[in-house]
Design a protein around this ligand. Structure first.
Ligand code: PGA
Length: 251
């Protein structure tokens, strides 16, 4: 059985280190050590990373973004090298909130994916269509464009390390989760694109996650009915009881 990834995207939460402290013992107490086949990854805001790394027992840590250079005069940026150094193993890249609010382009995202791979971490590349694009039946075209650009000039060997997250923008934070059937179709399409770019073996082995209004009631369906290899969880990951229920589904 291939590994299942449960990735918590805390976004710009919680607002203070005191609240992180309050959250952690609860997470540690209720989240049973995941089985070997399950990787639970917490992605908090940058400033909590180094502290968090020593406080979570059986979970991994990841970042929500990074810059594409490893060092230098880039005011305000955080390098993949720095993230690796504080114990990160994963970095979310190209989240739709960054594409939308920060104007991240596919070209920037491609540079970030490459920089994360160069620092020996695994990028979680987010792709997905907006409500407007879906309405205009552009879903697959958008996914194809984002994937092709994100994977540009990446060697086949390195492609294996990339995790793809299908996150329809209209489903993020709205409570309006994508149907299992529609999500399954998008996943099959992603695998087809990866096959064209990297070959059947890489496509078959690639972990594809679903994200967008995941909670404890629908989590199982994305893994079983839709067949995803994991979940990218936003809002529900900040509620320890809810998050632990999601993890328990695959224990
Ligand atoms: P959500 O966020 O679970 O709150 O919809 C998911 C994400 O943005 O990664």
């Amino acid at each position: 059985m291939s590994k299942i990834f449960i990735v918590a995207n805390w976004k710009m939460n919680p607002p203070t280190a005191e609240e992180v402290k309050r959250l952690l013992p609860v997470i540690n107490r209720i989240v049973k050590p995941p089985k070997a086949a399950v990787e639970v990854v917490l992605c908090p805001p940058f400033i909590y990373l180094s502290d968090l790394r020593f406080k979570i027992k059986d979970l991994r840590i990841g970042a929500q973004d990074c810059f594409w250079e490893q060092r230098g005069a880039y005011t305000g940026e955080i390098s993949p090298f720095m993230l690796k150094h504080v114990g990160c193993e994963y970095v979310i890249i190209g989240h739709s909130e960054r594409r939308h609010y920060l104007g991240e382009t596919d070209a920037m995202i491609n540079k970030k994916v490459k920089a994360v791979l160069a620092a020996k971490m695994r990028p979680i590349l987010c792709v997905g269509e907006s409500a407007e694009e879906r309405k205009r039946s552009l879903t697959y075209r958008v996914i194809q464009k984002q994937l092709k650009a994100g994977f540009r000039e990446i060697q086949k060997q390195a492609l294996k390390k990339i995790i793809v997250a299908y996150e329809p923008v209209w489903a993020i934070g709205t409570g309006n989760a994508c149907s299992f059937e529609e999500a399954r179709g998008a996943m099959a399409f992603i695998r087809k694109i990866v096959k064209n770019m990297g070959g059947a073996k890489i496509a078959k082995g690639m972990a594809i996650l679903y994200g967008g209004s995941v909670h404890s009631e629908n989590a199982r369906g994305y893994l079983t009915e839709a067949g995803f290899q994991g979940l990218l969880v936003g809002g529900a990951s900040l509620n320890p009881q809810e998050f632990s229920k999601i993890i328990d589904i695959i224990q």
